[in-house]
Write a protein that binds this ligand. Structure first.
Ligand SMILES: [Zn+2]
Length: 375
């Protein structure tokens, strides 16, 4: 006997956040899942496919382009404008929109504060809409497996603003009675980044999400049959206690290919270059640790072709590079080492969670078995 499945993905729902939200009402079974090294663009593919980043190849939004240049190379032209102009949010959003249209990108495109000259060697691995794609880096998603099995599948359009997306989701649940639903809440992540864990803004977001989950459950059950509901996150959130300005270090590292994410500084180059970078980073006495290719492999990060760096310096939980290439100061951040509390994702369900469901990679097999579809 298979069931219809409602999955509600809540960005930045870790065990701490699930508890603060009061468990989202009537879901009696709860657990925590081991996360991945990287950000949501790596965690979501892991959740959808059941494969670790080393297999699906996603970890950070930006990767090094293959020989011959990546899709972002034309944006190096932004460097012809003065910095105060090319860093404006509106101009960056317009450039991202034009790039997505011109290069037919249907995934998440955001340019943040990446310095224009860096675009020359940078690429965006996420070219496709993750919820529509058959495969991510060669790994099939459970959404795609369900479609292939002839089930009716609905994935909430992530491009819509929160309110609209949930109104649309509820309407589809009532009218179309899908067998598998992937609903999507993004606002908790934004609230936690801006205001931190113990904030009125985060509590308000949790309250709104609780209501939306309750309404979605009700709409799903109105369609009849056995229903399993799973609320799941991709990581948690750590409060920021220390901002690290990377600019002095970057000046010393001139000539070394480096990318500064919010929690990691990633490096490319030959052994000598990396040794020089490591010595400079260690002299700066930043809070964190150097991860070489072996350490990245041990964390099941993608290292084949070094898309995200041959080595990286990872800040310890609670520290943040600001300003980084992807943003400025914030109250909350994630993207720390795999054994940090904020790297854990939460899971809650109205169905007993299988004993072996302990990592983000274990959710896809469970969903497939609830639906009765094969990998
Ligand atoms: Zn986030």
């Amino acid at each position: 006997m298979h069931s219809r499945v409602l999955i509600i993905f809540v960005d930045a729902l870790g065990p701490l956040q699930l508890e603060a939200a009061g468990g989202f009402g009537g879901l009696p079974y709860r657990g925590q899942l081991r996360g991945i090294l990287g950000y949501s663009c790596g965690a979501l593919p892991t959740l959808l496919t059941g494969a670790p980043p080393a297999r699906h190849g996603r970890m950070c939004l930006f990767a090094q382009a293959a020989e011959g240049g990546g899709v972002l190379a034309p944006l190096a032209l932004l460097g012809l404008l003065p910095r105060v102009v090319h860093e404006r949010g509106r101009l960056r959003r317009l450039a991202a929109w034009m790039l997505a249209r011109q290069a037919r990108l249907t995934g998440y495109v955001e340019l943040y504060r990446v310095p224009p000259e860096v675009f020359r060697w940078l690429d965006l691995p996420e070219r496709e809409d993750l919820f529509a794609a058959d495969r991510i880096g060669g790994c099939e998603t459970f959404l795609s497996a369900a479609r292939r099995a002839g089930l009716r599948v609905f994935a909430a359009p992530w491009q819509l603003p929160e309110e609209q997306r949930w109104a649309h989701t509820e309407a589809v649940l009532r009218e179309q009675r899908p067998d598998l639903v992937f609903a999507y809440a993004t606002e908790l992540d934004g609230a936690l980044h801006r205001a931190g864990n113990d904030s009125a803004e985060a509590r308000l977001a949790m309250r709104r999400i609780t209501t939306r989950i309750e309404r979605a459950c009700e709409a799903m059950r109105a369609g009849g049959g056995e229903v399993s509901t799973i609320v799941v996150g991709d990581h948690g959130m750590a409060d920021i206690g220390r901002a690290v300005d990377p600019r002095g270090l970057l000046r010393q590292l001139r000539g070394v290919r480096a990318f500064v994410d919010s929690t990691m500084m990633r490096f490319w180059g030959d052994d000598r270059t990396l040794a020089r970078a490591r010595a400079l980073v260690e002299r700066a006495e930043l809070p964190g640790q150097w991860l070489d290719t072996g350490a990245l492999d041990a964390r099941q990060a993608p290292t084949h072709g070094a898309p995200y760096g041959r080595a990286l310096f990872l800040l310890e939980e609670g520290s943040l590079f600001a300003p980084s290439f992807v943003g400025g100061a914030m109250r909350g951040m994630h993207g720390y080492d795999v054994d940090s509390p904020s790297a854990l994702a939460a899971i809650a369900s109205d169905t007993p969670i299988p004993e072996g469901c302990r990592s983000l990679t274990d959710v896809a097999p469970w969903v497939r078995s609830l639906l009765g579809v094969t990998a």
